[in-house]
Design a protein. Structure first.
Length: 157
């Protein structure tokens, strides 16, 4: 554990995974992954009118995407061919604690088509949720989140 400027970090240094979110000249934020993937966050629409992701929606997408990818991988290992796959993530209410209003829970609705054995799909969902989906396992753990100021020099312009 690190301690810098009175902030105790709960993440060992160096962190095993990192995503950077940076303010762009247009006032939106851009998140980038170590692999170079990028996504623009915030604001209702972009310059061409395309909708922008909001942070809470990205959390829901991360949960749904993680589970969906793991369920598919488990089904493929069991040689169950998927022709269809959809996971819908519903936020199960928001606490009335302005301004953040955190989600109180999530419900995931799985649709993997009617060509697969429902028991195989249920098993894959259970394994993904209980063993493999990093996002769900992290949300269930309720990890502590800490903040600290960067100590590197920053551009002034």
């Amino acid at each position: 554990m690190d301690e810098r400027d009175g902030f105790a970090s709960t993440v060992p240094s160096p962190a095993p995974a990192a995503v950077t979110v940076e303010l762009r000249a247009d006032g939106h934020f851009e998140a980038s992954s170590p692999q170079g993937a990028r996504i623009i966050i915030g604001g209702e629409t972009g310059p061409g009118g395309e909708p922008r992701w909001q942070p809470a929606e990205l959390l829901m997408a991360a949960l749904g995407g993680c589970i969906a990818m793991d369920v598919r991988a488990i089904l493929e290992k069991s040689r169950a061919a998927q022709r269809h796959g959809r996971v819908t993530v519903l936020a199960a209410g928001r606490a009335e604690v302005p301004p953040g209003r955190p989600f109180l829970g999530f419900e995931l609705i799985h649709d993997w088509g009617d060509h697969l054995d429902p028991r195989a799909v249920e098993r894959a969902i259970r394994l993904a949720a209980e063993r493999y989906c990093t996002v769900q396992l992290t949300l269930e753990l309720g990890p502590r989140v800490s903040h600290r100021l960067a100590t590197e020099s920053r551009d002034s312009g």
